[in-house]
Design a protein around this ligand. Structure first.
Ligand code: COA
Length: 328
């Protein structure tokens, strides 16, 4: 890899901090233009929030004071030329185990202005700010089909930590599978030790600052049941058994305003027949819910997930900035 230079020229008057009182509508337009071909419903919802926020004065006054404490894209940098915003980066803080982790997002440069170093300068500015605020980690997510951006981030010292595919499906009361020999029951208390180990493997702790697995909702026992009852937390869990032996688990949790989430527990090299039977069973049992989403390690059981009626929506690299000797 080429030498990592994480500094920006001293004189770059075009680069300035995002002014949320003023910039949000222009940033929303830029982000929409740059991500149009890959934007999913969640992305469109997020853009709408940005536009609504840009119109709401009371929100802006509050947000102006809360920029570094709230997990929303309220802070970042823009590149402005002739009063036009042509580049943007958002810096989003996440609070996790008393530490602050920063997510760099919405790196976008107007198509006609690319390959002039603007994307790089914006990303470096965001990294410098995260380091100045003593962020315990700096992360970003980039699609696997975006080699230009991946190269940009690698050159700045980001390394790939995980590669995850988001799968979507609908529910279907007629869904069937030829999962012969697989018995599906509700998840039993005694299934928990194996299920917990499988979940920890498939949803590693290093991702939990962003995607916290709802452990308390899934754990058996009186304490977690009381917790679920009082918080009105709805979950359903199933177990698949082969010859009486636990082979895979599936947990379901609705998420307000978003697609319901599925969480698979599955051992390395486990029976994909069991996994398929569980997914098809969930699509049938949850008929009436609109859509289900599963975040899963890229490349794992892809044919089985597709055969169960799931479609891959996108694959993201999770990249983390590593400290460099001449770091920002
Ligand atoms: C990715 C993006 C922000 C890059 O912005 P940019 O201003 O063109 O990037 P830079 O000019 O600073 O590029 C720095 C380096 O990154 C790499 N790079 C950037 N775009 C590249 C491309 N399309 N192909 C290959 N390498 C690329 C190169 O190494 C480049 O250095 P070089 O021009 O000296 O070869 C811009 O292409 C964009 O807005 N894309 C659409 C939105 C997007 O995908 N954002 C990333 C989301 S994670």
């Amino acid at each position: 890899m080429a030498a990592i230079t994480t500094s920006i020229p001293a004189s770059t008057p075009q680069l300035r901090p995002l002014n949320i009182m003023r910039d949000l509508p222009a940033v929303a337009d830029l982000v929409e233009k740059c991500f149009a071909s890959t934007m999913d419903p969640e992305g469109r919802r997020y853009l709408q929030q940005m536009r609504d926020a840009g119109r709401d004065n009371s929100f802006l006054r509050w947000a102006d004071r809360a920029v570094d404490t709230v997990s929303m894209p309220l802070s970042g940098f823009v590149w402005e030329e002739d009063r036009e915003i042509i580049g943007n980066v958002s810096l989003i803080p996440y609070h996790h185990h008393r530490q602050r982790i920063y997510l760099i997002a919405n790196v976008a440069v107007k198509p006609e202005q690319r390959r002039k170093g603007i994307g790089r300068a914006l990303t470096v500015a965001a990294m410098q700010k995260a380091r100045a605020h003593r962020g315990a980690g700096i992360w970003l997510h980039v699609r696997d089909d975006n080699p230009g951006a991946i190269k940009l981030y690698e050159d700045l010292g980001f390394v790939e930590r995980a590669r995850r595919t988001t799968w979507h499906t609908n529910t279907d009361r007629n869904a069937t599978s030829a999962g012969s020999g697989v018995t599906i029951t509700r998840r039993l208390s005694r299934d928990w030790p194996e299920q917990e180990a499988w979940l920890k493997d498939l949803y590693p702790g290093m991702m939990s600052w962003y995607h916290a697995l709802p452990w308390l909702s899934f754990r058996p026992g009186l304490g977690p049941s009381i917790y679920r009852f009082f918080l009105d937390y709805e979950t359903r869990q199933w177990a698949a058994r082969l010859d009486g032996k636990l082979a895979a688990t599936l947990s379901w949790q609705p998420v307000h305003g978003q697609s319901d989430r599925l969480w698979v527990g599955f051992p390395p090299g486990g029976s994909e027949r069991a996994l398929m039977a569980l997914l098809v069973n969930a699509r049938r049992s949850l008929a009436g819910r609109t859509s289900l989403v599963l975040d899963f390690p890229a490349g794992l059981a892809t044919a089985t997930l597709a055969a169960a009626g799931l479609s891959p929506r996108r694959t993201l690299l999770w990249m983390e900035a590593v400290e460099t000797s001449g770091g920002a």
